[in-house]
Design a protein. Structure first.
Length: 183
């Protein structure tokens, strides 16, 4: 049954992605948003600008849609909280760019001398069938000093998923999008 459901989700993901690509491309001529789906949430990611002059900040937009019928929100957890229940990953022309203290803390890779940053959890409730979009300034997480092509994806914690044994929900990975930093 689980294999059948996973196959159905995979097929649904391909259909949704294809339909969205055709619809968005036909309407705007812009690069379409890419989507990935789990049992409870759907993630879409897009870059507002594919070519960014050196020195300007690259941004990425993440949309989270609630696919579940209802979300139980325990008092000690934020439902679909976005801070810090996300992890941003970037690869550039020379591998992973230099990380900031914020990025190292979010991914559990602090360096000696890094300040300990306050990481409040601002919970955001998403009604069933509804979505929210958040813009991320990627320069808060990485140093983009090298020109070239970069890829980015974001992991989001699905807190309504069954516990994974690590004390956390299931991490859902967004699709990968690309942008280029131009000299």
């Amino acid at each position: 049954m689980t294999k059948l459901r996973n196959s159905a989700v995979t097929v649904a993901t391909l259909i949704v992605t294809t339909v969205m690509s055709i619809a968005v491309g036909a309407q705007t001529g812009a690069k379409p948003t890419v989507t990935s789906i789990s049992e409870n949430i759907e993630l879409s990611i897009a870059v507002p600008k594919e070519h960014i002059p050196m020195g300007q900040k690259p941004y990425v937009h993440l949309t989270i849609k609630n696919l579940s019928a209802a979300i139980a929100c325990p008092k000690d957890k934020a439902c679909f909280g976005l801070d810090p229940l996300y992890r941003i990953y970037v690869e550039g022309p020379k591998g992973e760019p230099q990380t900031t203290a914020l990025q190292r803390q979010l991914t559990g890779r602090p360096k000696l001398g890094d300040p300990v940053l306050r990481m409040d959890r601002y919970g955001v409730f998403i009604d069933p069938g509804k979505s929210i979009t958040k813009q991320y300034d990627l320069s808060r997480y990485y140093d983009f000093k090298d020109p070239g092509k970069y890829t980015v994806y974001i992991d989001v914690e699905d807190e309504s998923a069954p516990e994974t044994g690590t004390g956390a929900g299931l991490w859902v990975r967004s699709p990968v999008v690309t942008f280029e930093v131009e000299p």
